[in-house]
Design a protein around this ligand. Structure first.
Ligand SMILES: [Zn+2]
Ligand SMILES: [Zn+2]
Length: 388
């Protein structure tokens, strides 16, 4: 039985010595194997993973490698377990941990950062200057589970207490996996200025972050919130999450439509979640003079940018990465207060052993999949479509 030195466990919560975990071999090669249950150190806990959502970044990592970085390089064939949007139950406490109790339900942020660099000290731990440095002679203690340390496609993971967010009992496991997604949208709005009530916001791209960006902007009091995209079913979900207007870019020019809806002036903020090649130039023409653009998606290729337009119009452009400045806590607060129903973006659930199928659903958007969740614990091995 699992009983490492200086780690607090509970007889009510027995932990095996080994666990099932998916590991990444060559690109696109995942194998379900057995690993030792990891051991938390100071300021860390062991989390029993109950559910993990699949993110587009997981698909990137499994196929290409970056932004995952293990021991300074590609994540392939290093016994690395991907997966980063998970939630679970605190199962064991590292030395000195009294901030959490065994049995508490938590969801996680991805980035613990090193805690000691300039950016970590500013709360920008997703932009840690010691990214990936957690091995050998360059061990700065950086952790980003599923990116630079083992992640959530497994039964257990170690987390820094700084990455934990308590979740209320009436929030389902599936919904709790979406806290970090809503937290990313919240971080974007925080970086754009934070005070959103009464300001106008466009969200471009109705993926999970874009859709929850609509919900968070609305919860913060933005007026109006406009969502642009090309899939009517997703735009409809955007409406249900609070968008005042939706624009299908297949049917009308989104820049002209945005300006028309704002008396010809454009909006205060654009949150760009599409990653389309011309998205930044379109966003620049959607904001008013002095407006702000938050880039939250990764285009596949370098984009050509009309910089003169940005300069002439005093437009601010922000790149955000992930979920800094404890934005997940603010997002969870909205979700716990039922300010929006994040489960509208959750479409499918699979069991841990069906991860390859779950990844295929997410990648190929089978049955209009948006957020696909894998249940690790207490879930029958039968697939089912989420009951809406
Ligand atoms: Zn993600
Ligand atoms: Zn750092």
């Amino acid at each position: 039985m699992y009983k490492p030195d200086h780690v607090k466990t509970s007889p009510d919560f027995p932990i095996p010595d080994t666990m099932r975990a998916w590991v990444l071999g060559d690109p696109d090669q995942l194998t379900l194997t057995t690993k030792p249950v990891p051991v938390p150190k100071r300021a860390e806990v062991l989390v029993r993973i109950d559910a993990v959502a699949i993110c587009a970044t997981d698909l990137e990592i499994i196929h290409h490698g970056p932004p995952a970085m293990i021991q300074g390089g590609q994540p392939f064939n290093k016994n690395f377990t991907p997966g980063h949007e998970y939630m679970g139950t605190v199962a064991a406490l590292g030395p000195g941990v009294d901030e959490y109790k065994i049995g508490e339900r938590v969801t996680v942020e991805i980035h613990a950062g090193c805690g000691q660099c300039k950016r970590c000290r500013e709360g920008m731990y997703t932009a840690c200057h010691n990214y990936g440095l957690n091995y050998g002679d360059v061990d700065k203690g950086h952790r980003a589970n599923g990116f630079t340390t083992d992640g959530g496609f497994a039964e257990y993971a170690v987390n820094s207490i700084n990455t934990l967010v308590r979740v209320s009992d009436d929030m389902s496991d599936e919904e709790a996996t979406l806290v970090v997604t809503a937290g990313t949208a919240m971080y974007g709005l925080t970086e754009l200025g934070g005070l959103v009530a009464g300001e106008s916001v466009v969200v471009t791209g109705p993926g999970p972050i874009g859709l929850l960006g609509v919900a968070v902007a609305k919860a913060l009091g933005a007026q109006p919130v406009i969502l642009t995209g090309t899939r009517d079913n997703r735009l409809q979900i955007g409406r249900e999450l609070g968008a005042d207007y939706v624009i299908n870019a297949k049917n009308e020019d989104p820049v002209a439509a945005v300006r028309r809806l704002n008396g010809g002036k454009g909006v205060d903020y654009v949150i760009e979640c599409s990653g389309a090649p011309d998205a930044i130039n379109e966003a620049a023409r959607m904001v008013n003079r002095g407006g702000r653009i938050c880039l939250a998606a990764f285009p596949g290729k370098p984009a050509e940018v009309d910089i003169a337009y940005l300069v002439r119009n005093n437009i601010y452009v922000y790149g955000i990465r992930g979920e800094g400045k404890s934005a997940t806590h603010r997002a969870e607060a909205f979700m716990a207060q039922k300010r929006f129903d994040a489960t509208k973006v959750h479409t499918h659930t699979f069991a841990l052993e069906d991860l390859p199928t779950a990844l295929r659903y997410a990648r190929e958007r089978i049955e209009d999949a948006i957020k696909v969740v894998v249940k690790t614990h207490g879930h029958a091995a039968t697939n089912r479509v989420a009951a809406e």
